[in-house]
Design a protein around this ligand. Structure first.
Ligand SMILES: Cc1cc2nc3c(=O)[nH]c(=O)nc-3n(C[C@H](O)[C@H](O)[C@H](O)COP(=O)(O)OP(=O)(O)OC[C@H]3O[C@@H](n4cnc5c(N)ncnc54)[C@H](O)[C@@H]3O)c2cc1C
Length: 346
């Protein structure tokens, strides 16, 4: 019977990045996943946008998160021999003078220089005119869906994947080791995405899962090497296909794409886009969001061998690499866990 230090439950973006960093550090572990059954990662665009929201402010901790994210995904590209990262600017359109003023005011503050550009809007001939626009630099798109599919193959090759719908209630929470199939584990790290709301150990934490949907659209226009953030997001997936998606639904949590979303989203796209639009794929997922919009990380207060790595919300692509490293340092070197993300803050 082989013995491992950690069992990771869930192989979405959070579990993948955590497993990869353990792999880099040579720390023994296995991953159990139910075939990405509820993976919100599969619906995500994997966009890292350094300037977000209606007030055009820097995304929380982006100066620290971005370098580690880029290094981690570059190392994963090398390991898996695939291309994951496309670095391209985001064209942020404005509807009126007030928005443009707010943009100018916000982005002229110290610390914003690296994230603001001055190039031309390459979408100008493809979309109906907007009031104006700003350029966000240092943005990127990571093929997070492809990443978890390829990493699953890697785990299978390494004999480190247990393909199973894992029931946390099968564990002896206070036991010294846990046995799953023919393996024993000293500690368990839960990365179940929004399904943590059913986990008896962590379900009382203030999760606020939000369903979203996404479309891959084919168009007759040759797409520029830039993303567009208008009333909706347009993120090129190939020369003539792009990702667009979003939406927030809190009361119907499932992975089923809906006709309502498709019609509503296509209406929004048709209002800005000059070319033809054809839906080639439609997905849905539930974001593991949390009250206060910060990750939820750390050991269970009573069962110290039960650990949570969750709460990536709408920004898992930038958050997961940094906080996975932070958690591993905490577990392996007993460094303090940041109170901003510690699950004990609730
Ligand atoms: C429409 C949409 C667009 C998005 N766009 C972006 C974006 O552009 N940029 C960005 O950063 N983020 C985006 N997100 C958010 C992003 O998807 C999440 O932050 C991130 O993918 C969450 O990863 P996770 O691993 O925590 O959860 P998940 O991806 O949900 O993974 C959890 C995994 O655990 C498995 N699992 C759960 N329970 C069990 C169990 N009991 N046994 C076995 N396996 C289990 C699941 O099947 C799944 O494989 C978007 C989300 C949506 C829905």
């Amino acid at each position: 019977m082989a013995r491992y230090k950690y069992l990771i439950v869930g192989q979405g973006l959070a579990g993948t990045v955590l497993s990869f960093q353990l792999h880099q550090a040579g720390i023994t572990h296995m991953v159990v996943d139910n075939g990405h059954h509820s993976a919100s990662t599969l619906a995500a665009a994997g966009i890292i946008n350094p300037i977000t929201g209606r007030r055009y402010v820097k995304s929380w901790m982006i100066d620290e998160l971005l370098p580690l994210a880029l290094d981690t995904y570059a190392a994963l590209e090398e390991l898996l021999e695939i291309t994951l990262v496309t670095r391209s600017p985001i064209i942020r359109t404005f509807e009126n003078q007030a928005q443009e003023n707010l943009w100018n005011e916000s982005t002229s503050r110290p610390g914003y220089g690296d994230y603001v550009g001055s190039s031309k809007n390459p979408y100008v001939h493809h979309t109906h005119p907007s009031y104006g626009y700003g350029i966000i630099n240092e943005a990127c798109q990571v093929q997070v869906g492809q990443l978890i599919i390829s990493y699953r193959e890697f785990l299978i090759q390494q004999g480190r994947l247990i393909n199973q719908d894992f029931n946390p209630e099968d564990l002896q929470y206070d036991g010294l080791v846990q046995t799953v199939e023919d393996h024993t584990f000293e500690q368990v790290i839960f990365c179940e995405g929004y399904k943590a709301i059913h986990n008896p150990l962590f379900r009382d934490l203030p999760f606020q899962p939000a369903k979203g949907e996404s479309l891959i659209i084919e168009t007759d226009i040759l797409l520029p090497q830039a993303m567009l953030r208008d009333t909706v997001f347009v993120a090129p997936a190939s020369k003539q296909t792009f990702w667009s998606g979003g939406g927030y639904v809190w009361d119907k949590l499932d992975e089923m794409p809906t006709e309502d979303f498709r019609l509503q989203w296509m209406g929004k796209l048709q209002a800005i886009w000059k070319g033809e639009l054809k839906v080639v794929s439609h997905k849905a997922g539930v974001r593991p969001s949390v009250k206060g919009r910060r990750p939820l990380i750390g050991r269970h207060s009573s069962y110290h061998r039960m650990i949570l790595f969750n709460g990536m919300g709408t920004k898992g692509t930038s958050l997961a690499p940094y906080w996975a490293k932070h958690l591993i340092e905490h577990l392996e070197s007993d460094t303090d866990l940041s109170q901003e993300v510690s699950l004990n803050r609730f």
